[in-house]
Design a protein around this ligand. Sequence first.
Ligand SMILES: *Cc1c(COP(=O)(O)O)cnc(C)c1O
Length: 358
Amino acid sequence: MTPIYQTSTYAQRAPGDHQGYEYSRGTNPTRKALEDCLAALENAKFGLAFSSGMGATDAVMKLLQPGDEVITNNDLYGGSYRIFTKIFANYGIKFHFINLHQPEIIHEYVNDKTKLVWIETPTNPTMQVVDIQAVSSITKDKNLMLVVDNTFASPYLQNPMDLGADLVMHSVTKYIGGHSDLVMGALMMNDEDLYKRLWFIYNSCGATPGPMDSFLALRGIKTLHLRMKAHCENGRAIAEFLKDHPKVERIYWPGFTDHPNHHVAAKQMRDFGGMISIVLKGADLKETFRIASNFKVFTLAESLGGVESLINHPATMTHASIPRETREAAGVVDNLLRISVGVEDIDDLLEDLKNALA
Ligand SMILES: *Cc1c(COP(=O)(O)O)cnc(C)c1O
């Protein structure tokens, strides 16, 4: 097993004779083992681990200068929307939030200040799928950096580097860690110059994870493929159960052939995952809360991607920081519930859903 190098500093034989290990903010052997593993998972040359997904996102944005512009999805993870609009907008970076259903629309927003395109696919929580290859052919043509938040798919289901991304971002907290016991982020890339610039930000700003969490992430990764198979299998069974349920008005899951981007999902993903959102038929906020609080096997909680099944109310939980109008335009209505399907026995999960929706 990779040892947990629980140290902040390293003995040097003579000043400067440190074999690359000076101080653990910048380098730690347990973290390095994890970073090599993370890079391998995404078919990338380099990996960097951060103390959260948001720490990784923050580092990417620090590559930019005031005046630069970013094009991104209009249905982003709430925390990404928040850091863009409430932090980096104040430093003079301009964000265009657009519907990337038709990637060619990017052309309408590109100008000489555009530097970066940030996409999330599938999106959170409405499971919209963006065609990574189509976007990357535009970003390559326009000389823009393409970053893909691959948290929802996990490296088991989708590898954006192979589809032309320059940088892959993960909230390791979710599927990669997989056990709801750590908060961590990651960036993976092929370009050595980009790696050096990001390592400089990582070491200078200091959002780097400790050795114990790095060990836990490495341990979680050992079962990523087993967990993902179970998430996908249970996810399919639950999506099919909910699709025709009388209390369900609408369901979002990219595995259905009538999902608007199913063909793109089928092309770029190996399976469709265990993230499902439903809109409850005729339910007001009170009724939605009643149903959300009615589960015994699912836990009402933020986050996703762990072995335990979770239920979440995006409008008041994960996406509460997005103004109502913007949120509702992206489909995050008050009667929407998001489900992170875990790896428990499928009969227990279906029984719990049946009872909670009754
Ligand atoms: C959770 C999440 C993040 C943020 O990651 P943290 O580890 O919570 O900081 C970013 N993007 C997506 C899609 C997420 O689900």
